[in-house]
Design a protein around this ligand. Structure first.
Ligand code: 1HE
Length: 260
């Protein structure tokens, strides 16, 4: 691995979008330890101009999951540490500095689906397919998938995927909530980049609330969730940027919501 397997490119007029590309196409972007650590490092060191990120994969597949060639020599203790390493890295994706949009195509399997599920939005093209082959390899998810994937599609569907090896195609994946956007083959990156540019225009505090407060509120008992929501709302609306944006709307300078 190392950084040669993970490319970072800062784009946009204001250098506001980080494009992070898994670049091991010969191994279908399988996630070696080095690649997982590089992902963690990249999210810990994004330039201050960056307001949103895109993750995609080079070649025909987004990601083939865990690099199975590194699995064979690990004992139980090492396996535990390894899984916690994935957790730490994917937590930097989910709870890092900026919203992350996954551009999906081809295989999104095993740890690849775990990575995609740590992102905030998933845009898939028609070639995408989703699977959790851990079941047939005699192993289990270890990159946070058992926590994040049921929150996207429900524990029943995840259980079915792992027990039976069921593969979802792009259309069914979008239908059940694995992706929020479905576009023709070859267009996932463009869609994800367009979304990232849109997300980058939001007030940073709104994006922060969506990344850091909303998932916690959604897990809280309603009574606590309402209070956390109120606290977050009060903080967000007190920001000078919120006041400017609301004034811009009231004085006719901001875009209206258009019918879909
Ligand atoms: C790999 C891996 C990998 C490919 N680790 N080397 N993930 C899986 O069980 C999925 C395993 N991979 C596949 O099912 C297929 O490779 C794909 C459907 C993704 C792509 O198929 P294809 O025909 O395009 O490629 P290929 O010929 O199978 O693979 C090309 C090369 O990549 C080949 O190596 P080569 O040296 O023979 O050229 C493959 O061995 C290699 N390769 N996938 C290592 N995953 C935190 S826990 C997470 C647990 C998991 O993720 S388990 C699920 C692992």
């Amino acid at each position: 691995m190392s950084k040669k397997d993970l490319h970072l490119d800062i784009r946009g007029d204001d250098k506001e979008v980080a494009v992070i590309r898994l670049a091991r196409p010969a191994k279908r972007n399988a996630l070696s330890d080095g690649l997982i650590l590089a992902l963690r490092d990249v999210f810990e060191n994004l330039p201050a101009t960056v307001r949103a990120a895109v993750i995609d994969g080079e070649g025909e597949h987004f990601c083939a999951g865990l690099d199975l060639s590194e699995l064979k020599e690990r004992d139980a203790g090492q396996g535990l540490i390894h899984s916690r390493m994935w957790h730490a890295a994917l937590e930097r994706v989910q709870y890092g500095p900026v919203p992350v949009i996954a551009a999906l195509h081809g295989a999104v399997v095993g740890g690849g689906l775990e990575l995609a599920s740590a992102c905030h939005i998933r845009a898939a093209d028609d070639s995408t397919f989703y699977a959790l082959p851990e079941g047939s390899r005699g192993i289990f998810v270890g990159g946070g998938g058992a926590v994040r994937i049921p929150r996207l599609i429900g524990a029943a569907r995840m259980t079915d995927m792992m027990l039976t090896g069921r593969v979802y195609n792009a259309q069914d994946g979008e239908r059940i909530g694995l992706a929020q956007y479905l576009v023709p083959q070859g267009q996932a990156f463009d869609k994800a980049f367009e979304l990232a540019q849109r997300v980058a225009q939001n007030a940073p505090l709104t994006n922060y609330a969506l990344m850091h407060a909303l998932p916690r509120i959604a897990e809280q008992p309603a009574d606590q969730g309402f209070l956390t929501e109120a606290l977050m709302a009060a903080i967000a609306q007190s920001a000078p940027e919120a006041k400017t944006r609301v004034r811009d709307f009231l004085e006719g300078r901001a875009a209206k919501v258009k019918k879909a």
